[in-house]
Design a protein around this ligand. Structure first.
Ligand SMILES: [Zn+2]
Ligand SMILES: [Zn+2]
Length: 282
């Protein structure tokens, strides 16, 4: 009897600890993103100055993995993407590589990686950058870590769904990389435009500087060979020469830096620094 009691107490304390570690929408007074259809799709329109993306930040697809590591909740947001992007005087860092330690890429602490959204996908899901706090992931070593920032895709990759997304401890759903979007089947299931073979990849989203983010392939379906350090280049798309980024399938997964001045109101806590210093973004 005592043995059973001890086992019960053990089981109970295990369950409570596990549940306590998992934040829920309800416990924070929020509404959970729908688990089944109908899903939310973003409202996208322009107002002369900006392309506006009205989103719930919820994934517009069934997402069985979304409670790992946290639940995805509704956060209504209007992202503003400049229609006439302004080039920064120098590239704006979003998460710089420091070194590789125990097969995980570590990022510099100065400048610290930008956390939260760097942009928004065409399906309304947040584009997050490469940085994640060391220790949040089970793959981060207890001792000897060369920095407190790690590559989120390498360290948290085991928690993402088939679209490459998961929710942060803040309960915001997001995607760090296009690994789940490299083939057209993946694209379709995640509500993205599919690529046409032997053509330039389709548009997947926009960074907060207003520049577009496309899939891996450039003209003729070939891998681009002229990308700058931020992961972008300029050439003719739909008859106009435009600067745009391509999404790589390795570090830094989205952009290496912002080429243009990001609209600060989209993520003020993390982006305010661009208005001072050498970037020329006022
Ligand atoms: Zn993440
Ligand atoms: Zn291109």
């Amino acid at each position: 009897m005592a043995m059973i009691k001890a086992l019960l107490i053990l089981l109970l304390s295990y369950t409570t600890t596990t549940l306590a570690q998992k934040p829920t929408c309800q416990s924070k007074g929020l509404t959970r993103c729908p688990a089944t259809a109908p899903f939310y799709n973003p409202d996208i329109y322009t107002n002369g100055l900006f392309r506006i993306v009205e989103t719930t930040q919820c994934p517009p697809y069934n997402n069985p993995g979304w409670t790992n590591p946290a639940e995805a909740c509704i956060f209504k947001m209007e992202y503003k993407l400049p229609l006439t992007p302004k080039m920064a005087k120098q590239p704006i860092p979003v998460g710089e590589k420091l070194t590789v330690f125990e097969n995980i890429t570590y990022l510099k602490e100065d400048p610290a990686p930008i956390l939260g959204a760097l942009g928004v996908f065409t399906n309304g899901v947040n584009i997050y950058g490469v940085g994640s706090p060391c220790g949040y992931s089970s793959k981060c070593p207890d001792q000897g870590a060369p920095s407190k920032w790690v590559d989120a895709v390498e360290s948290e990759g085991h928690t993402v769904d088939t679209c490459g997304g998961h929710a942060a401890p803040s309960l915001h759903y997001h995607i760090h990389s296009g690994i789940g979007l490299t083939n057209n089947n993946g694209r379709k299931a995640c509500n993205f435009t599919e690529d046409t073979p032997d053509h330039h990849s389709a548009l997947l989203g926009w960074l907060f500087d207003g520049y577009g983010l496309y899939g891996r392939y450039s003209d003729g379906g070939k891998l681009p060979t002229d990308l700058d350090s931020c992961g972008g280049h300029t050439h003719s798309i739909d008859g106009a020469d435009i600067y745009h980024y391509h999404m790589p399938d390795a570090y830094p997964w989205t952009i290496g830096c912002y080429t243009g001045c990001p609209e600060v109101s989209n993520n003020p806590r993390e982006l305010s620094f661009v208005t001072t210093g050498p970037y020329g973004c006022t």
